[in-house]
Design a protein around this ligand. Structure first.
Ligand code: SAH
Length: 219
């Protein structure tokens, strides 16, 4: 890693270690998830002006009205997604900064990620290149339609909230696969976990969450 990638002061490894301790205290148990987040420099996934806040456990603006998700939520959703079966092929809807994508890329064989805002996608692509994350494929499109070409997926993670679960995402889930998705309007969103067994889908509702909305179309 370059010195900038390693970080100094508020972006140093020690600051990152403190975040990992807080995530553990809040109940994140997966050693794999904690280890990846301990290594991965979150400060590179945001504007330099905000880098000093990268290891606070909070969502931060990334432009275009979007946010990089709170570290606890990234850890929690990743942990839930990867419980049980190994996840070889994962689809993400909402690349945004690319931080969640990068965490996943170190834990599964191949990550496919769809983003509707082109400049965000381009920035994320550049970050993956700098960090030599070579198992990520990106697509500029409306993720409500999933990414049919590579379906089915062992896991699907959605980082923006639709009002209802898009049917296409259920269809593109492999048997035994798991979808983790926030559902609901600007008030009253909750995190849902949907497991596919053959052609039946079992849904579990978890905690209240607050994500930016899933919007249709692409820009
Ligand atoms: N995982 C990202 C979250 C970014 S916020 C991160 O931590 O940085 C959610 C992202 O979902 C935004 O970038 C937003 O543009 C994107 N998004 C919203 N609706 C979408 C859609 N229909 N298809 C693809 N991406 C979408």
């Amino acid at each position: 890693m370059t010195p900038n990638q390693r970080g100094i002061g508020m972006t140093s490894q020690r600051t990152r270690d403190r975040l990992i301790m807080r995530l553990k205290e809040q109940g994140i148990e997966s050693a794999d998830v904690l280890s990846v987040m301990k290594d991965l420099p979150r400060h590179l996934f945001m504007d330099e002006a905000l880098a000093s806040r990268a290891y606070e456990d909070t969502a931060l603006p990334i432009g275009h009205g979007q946010t990089i998700s709170q570290p606890f939520i990234v850890a929690k959703m990743t942990e839930i997604l990867l419980q049980g079966l190994p996840k070889n092929k994962v689809l993400e809807v909402g690349t945004g900064s690319g931080y969640q994508t990068a965490v996943l890329s170190r834990l599964v064989e191949r990550v496919y990620s769809v983003e509707r805002i082109s400049p965000l996608q381009n920035q994320a692509r550049e970050r993956f290149y700098q960090l030599k994350l070579n198992n990520i494929k990106l697509k500029h499109s409306d993720g409500s339609w999933g990414w049919d070409d590579n379906a089915p997926y062992d896991g699907i993670i959605v980082t923006c909230a639709p009002e209802e679960v898009p049917h296409e995402l259920l269809r593109q889930l492999a048997p035994g696969g798991r979808l983790v998705i926030p559902v609901g309007g600007s008030v009253g969103q909750s995190l849902r976990v949907i497991d596919r067994n053959g052609n039946t889908f079992e849904e579990t509702e978890l905690d209240a969450v607050s994500f930016v909305p899933l919007l249709s179309g692409q820009i």
